[in-house]
Design a protein around this ligand. Structure first.
Ligand SMILES: NC(=O)c1ccc[n+]([C@@H]2O[C@H](COP(=O)([O-])OP(=O)(O)OC[C@H]3O[C@@H](n4cnc5c(N)ncnc54)[C@H](OP(=O)(O)O)[C@@H]3O)[C@@H](O)[C@H]2O)c1
Length: 318
């Protein structure tokens, strides 16, 4: 048996509860993973907050799309993205279902070898945000010598989008509260404070103009500033501005209504992201870790909306 955290009802983080469940044996094309670290994401909270609607028949809701850990058992014909998998291999898995657990059966097609240079905590926080960041850059066709504005540069998606845009040779202006500016500079961005007067501050930082805007916060300010500064609206993309893009050419990305899920782009990006992180060309900033037993506190922290990178759960601390 294994301990797992699920949402027993719809509501706030107090609906989270720990259950004991049988992870099962890995079938053909699957592996059993002893989970070492779990990446949390705002979408985990949206799964039970009612943001995606409420269906009592779906309860309890399993949470967690990304984990890292060690292979504990291998089913027949289980081949990972990066090659064959064996018991004892350190791995990272995305996209999984029910990752908030001590053990998990995953499709080998979603499992990659974890580079030794990447900690379990960093590996668990790389792929949901990283694949989203790749989708943002791909869909807006960012190339070398362009100037990219990233709203929410201090968050999980924002920090990786900055680094990936820099690897493409772009100049990056990124918005964040002042206390995050040094960490944005550390990953190669020019930080600007969000809030009243944002467009003028960006103009000062980018006197030759802005080619692309990537929005990871979804505020009216981020949408309006992007429209004001970027001439070609097809080069503006948002992952959070649901309901705010009607009548514009802004690209809406992700799982919501009218959005482009970009599944093929995101899935194809996984191996490259792990390679870049393993080579030290991408840094995953881990803000805080919590024992899996304290998931409720971790979600309350995420809900404050100012995490400085990834919030990671550790199942061995149950
Ligand atoms: N559609 C998709 O495919 C997809 C995929 C992943 C995530 N998302 C969504 O994208 C959003 C960001 O995800 P995440 O994982 O990056 O979240 P996160 O790590 O929790 O990001 C929080 C960041 O937002 C910044 N922030 C808060 N208010 C801001 C504002 N008004 N202007 C600029 N920055 C602000 C904070 O910076 P300061 O501390 O400086 O305030 C903090 O660094 C969430 O809504 C998430 O659900 C969507």
């Amino acid at each position: 048996m294994t301990l797992a955290v699920v949402a027993a009802a719809y509501g706030g983080p107090d609906v989270l509860t720990t259950i004991d469940r049988d992870p099962g044996e890995p079938g053909p094309g699957q592996v059993l993973i002893d989970v070492k670290a779990i990446g949390t994401n705002p979408v985990d909270i949206k799964m039970y907050s009612g943001a995606f609607g409420t269906d009592p028949g779906a309860l309890p809701i399993s949470l967690g799309n990304e984990v890292s850990g060690v292979v504990a058992a291998v089913g027949a014909d289980a081949r990972g993205i990066t090659g064959p998998l064996a018991v004892g291999d350190d791995v990272v898995a995305f996209r999984v279902s029910g990752g908030y657990a001590q053990q998990l059966v995953a499709s080998a097609a979603d499992v990659l070898a974890k580079p030794a240079a990447l900690s379990f905590e960093q590996a668990a926080g790389l792929l949901l945000t990283g694949t989203t960041a790749v989708h943002l850059l791909e869909t807006t066709h960012v190339i070398a010598d362009e100037t990219v504005l990233i709203h929410g540069g201090g968050g999980g998606v924002g920090l990786l989008a900055i680094q990936l845009a820099r690897l493409r040779g772009a100049t990056v202006i990124a918005t964040a509260s002042r206390r995050r500016h040094d960490s944005l500079r550390d990953v190669g961005a020019i930080p600007v404070e969000y809030g009243a007067g944002l467009a003028d501050r960006v103009r000062t930082a980018a006197p030759d103009g802005v080619d692309v805007a990537l929005d990871t916060v979804g505020t009216d300010e981020a949408i309006a500033t992007s429209l004001e500064l970027v001439a070609d609206q097809s080069r503006i993309a948002t992952i959070a501005g649901f309901g705010k893009t009607a009548g514009t050419g802004i690209k809406l990305l992700g799982g919501g209504p009218g959005a482009d899920p970009g599944t093929a782009i995101r899935d194809a990006a996984r191996a490259e992201l792990v390679r870049l992180a393993g080579e030290g060309k991408l840094t995953v900033a881990v803000d805080r870790t919590f024992p899996l037993a304290e998931t409720e506190a971790a979600h309350r922290y995420l809900l404050e909306g100012h995490a400085a990178g990834k919030v990671i759960l550790l199942p061995t601390c149950m």
